[in-house]
Ligand binder design. Structure first.
Ligand code: HEM
Length: 627
């Protein structure tokens, strides 16, 4: 099982948690494979697969540029990308874009999703692609190009002449030629490239070899027009490669390999993760919230168990055994255990999942630092999950206070409240909102980060409250993600990637305990840091927004009911509070001046690990991202 958490957790969820309980529904428009969700004659699964090829085909592997980098979103009008499918697919995928899922990773995931929905092989998916900030080089092969040019184009993308034949055959097993785009090739509205447009099979080659194909890129007007590109590609080695593909098992194996190769063509400077596997056991949406009494906090979330090889009906219950804040077994009355029984079931293409709700009240005095899970089976045996010996980390040092935060989806006004444990109360507290703004004329929204210091408020027992207000621009504030970050450099703890859509419309007051109940906390082990916070999967496209421009005290959520014990904006920013964001200064990757070291932390964690800080700086400088 992978070790949790991981920077690819969000992609894992979009990839495998498709339907029913907690389904992310990424496959909805391509499953079944024949789904024409965008209109008659338009097969979405085929459109998704073709998108993967067209985005990749600007690659120049020798120069280290292009590849699967999302640049196609800026290239829909250049004459190489005909048809409405690219636009609708990218618009659909834009809803899944986040700091943890770049458009290029989603395009790659779309290849897995569409191929699998059509009965094709499982294409392994790696994560970590970075989105290009603008258009790439042109260079998508067109039907009228000659075989010499095709070979050159595919060589530029890193494919041998044999692989050129393979990848074209694997792509053209799905979908059709459309008259709207290629009126010179067909007289009907659309004609299938093989007789089974909605099945990932090898008919595209067997029908070609048998001489009974109706592929408009092999027969018909294309021949006289010199646009019979599939014919010229398939017979470019006297049909040797396509003859091998006439064996269905061989076709499947070859397509699995060659389509993975296609989506793994990435620009220099991008390092891909290991292929994403579904966890056998995964904590999902775990949240802690401080109760206004200051004495207890509530833990909520789910444990997701993969039931592909384990019948859910065989599971009696699950037991979480947790450790207190300092790694010990002092949990007050709860005995350090939480029991849960199944609540819902979900499905992917090849997997099923059962979700066990975790709900518990924990003492704030003793807290939580990690847990293990025992799955008790009805036959009396049990399975222990300890996250590969690491336990599942859960920090109680920083928490978004959801009930006391609120978002007006109408205006974008957001008011964020957080609780930070007193041993960290003197460290900087930062709100990071990553939000999307639709861009006129482009199918994919722009992804932006805003960071601002949070204002320190009252002490509530073992915790100190912090608040910040902002107005999220762009009209789709619900699609934002909220991070609360405590500390800097090598000492960062965060409650991150919280969905803004989960915030209520009205902030509840936090009627905390009296100030004189403020307690000192001594933590003997460092809280778990967030490895995923550090994954800059889309940072290259992030438009810098200065935290100063956020005018932190000027905006208040219209629907906010001011909290009784929270500081008002006027009280905030006193000597004890963190410094206000710099009015001007250096901004890197959307992180403000005060985050020079935070930025370094992020790069250290993932980027340094993969390819070194210098290279990262180089990449950013080339793209003009470091200002
Ligand atoms: C020399 C190489 C290629 C050429 C010249 C070419 C050309 C074309 C053309 C003209 C169409 C018809 C588009 C329409 O009318 O909507 C088409 C469709 C398609 N192509 Fe290619 N193609 C090539 C390689 C590939 C590759 C490598 C893939 C993917 C691995 C691919 C995937 C597809 C798919 C899935 C469709 C069907 C789209 C739909 O039904 O909407 N093609 N191709």
């Amino acid at each position: 099982d992978p070790t949790w958490p991981s920077p690819t957790d969000e992609l894992e969820e979009i990839m495998y948690q498709l339907k029913a309980f907690k389904g992310r529904r990424f496959s909805d428009t391509v499953d079944p494979c024949s789904n024409e969700a965008s209109g008659p004659g338009r097969q979405n699964a085929a459109e998704w697969l073709r998108l993967g090829f067209h985005d990749m085909s600007t690659a120049n592997v020798a120069a280290g540029t292009g590849g699967l980098d999302g640049s196609i979103q800026y290239m829909l009008d250049n004459g190489e990308n005909l048809g409405p499918g690219f636009n609708t697919t990218l618009r659909f995928m834009s809803a899944y874009l986040s700091p943890r899922a770049s458009i290029s990773d989603l395009i790659a995931l779309g290849v897995y999703t569409s191929v699998r929905a059509c009965g094709g092989p499982v294409i392994p998916i790696r994560g970590g692609r970075l989105d290009a900030p603008g258009a790439g080089e042109t260079g998508v092969p067109q039907p009228e190009h000659d075989i010499g040019l095709f070979r050159q184009q595919f060589a530029r993308m890193g494919f041998t002449p044999e692989e050129m034949i393979q990848v074209t055959a694997c792509g053209h097993t799905l979908g059709r030629v459309h008259r709207t785009e290629f009126p010179e090739l067909i007289t009907q509205d659309e004609v299938g490239i093989d007789s089974t447009v909605a099945s990932f099979d090898n008919r595209v080659v067997t029908e070609y070899l048998d001489g009974n194909t109706t592929n408009p890129l092999v027969v018909g007007p294309a021949i006289a027009l010199g646009k019979d590109s599939d014919r010229r590609i398939f017979d470019s080695d006297a049909n040797a490669t396509v003859k091998a593909l006439a064996d269905p098992a061989e076709f499947e194996t070859v397509c699995q390999r060659i389509l993975q190769k296609m989506i793994d063509v990435v620009p220099q400077g991008v390092t891909l993760s290991e292929p994403i596997q579904p966890y056998t056991l995964k904590p999902v949406d775990m949240q802690l919230t401080l109760d206004p009494s200051g004495r207890i906090m509530r833990l909520a979330g789910h444990i997701r168990i993969r039931t592909t090889h384990l019948l859910v009906t065989e599971i009696k219950d699950i037991k979480l055994a947790y450790r207190d804040r300092n790694g010990g077994n002092d949990c007050g009355r709860s005995n350090c255990t939480i029991t849960a029984t199944v609540q819902g079931r979900g499905k992917g293409f090849d997997d099923s999942f059962a979700f066990f709700p975790v709900e518990a009240v924990l003492s704030t005095k003793t807290g939580i630092s990690s847990f293990t899970v025992t799955v008790n089976l009805k036959n009396g045996t049990s399975l222990l999950f300890d996250n590969n010996g690491h336990s599942y980390p859960l920090q109680d040092a920083v928490m978004l206070l959801r009930p006391q935060s609120c978002l007006s989806q109408h205006t974008g006004a957001v008011s964020v409240s957080a609780a930070i444990r007193n041993d960290r109360a003197d460290l900087t507290a930062t709100l990071l909102i990553s939000y999307k703004q639709p861009r006129p004329g482009l199918p994919v929204a722009g992804l932006h980060n805003m960071t601002m210091s949070m204002r320190r408020g009252a002490c509530a027992g073992q915790y100190t409250l912090y608040t910040a207000n902002w107005t999220i621009p762009g009209g789709i504030s619900f699609a934002s993600k909220i991070d609360i970050i405590s500390g800097e450099r090598g000492d960062i703890v965060a409650d991150d990637f919280n969905d803004a859509t989960d915030l209520p419309g009205t902030c509840a007051p936090f009627l905390g305990p009296p100030e004189d109940l403020c307690e000192t906390v001594v933590a003997t082990i460092p809280p778990a840091t967030s490895p995923v916070l550090a994954a800059p999967t889309t940072m290259l496209t992030t438009t810098t927004r200065s935290s100063a421009a956020a005018s932190p005290v000027a905006t208040t959520a219209a629907t906010t009911t001011p909290s009784m014990s929270m500081p008002t904006p006027a009280e905030a920013g006193t000597a004890t509070g963190p410094p206000a964001p710099a009015a001007s200064g250096r901004h890197e990757l959307g992180l403000g001046h005060t985050f020079k070291s935070f930025f370094e932390y992020m790069t250290n964690y993932v980027v340094n690990f993969f390819f070194g800080y210098d290279r990262w700086q180089l990449v950013n400088n080339q793209l003009g991202r470091v200002t």
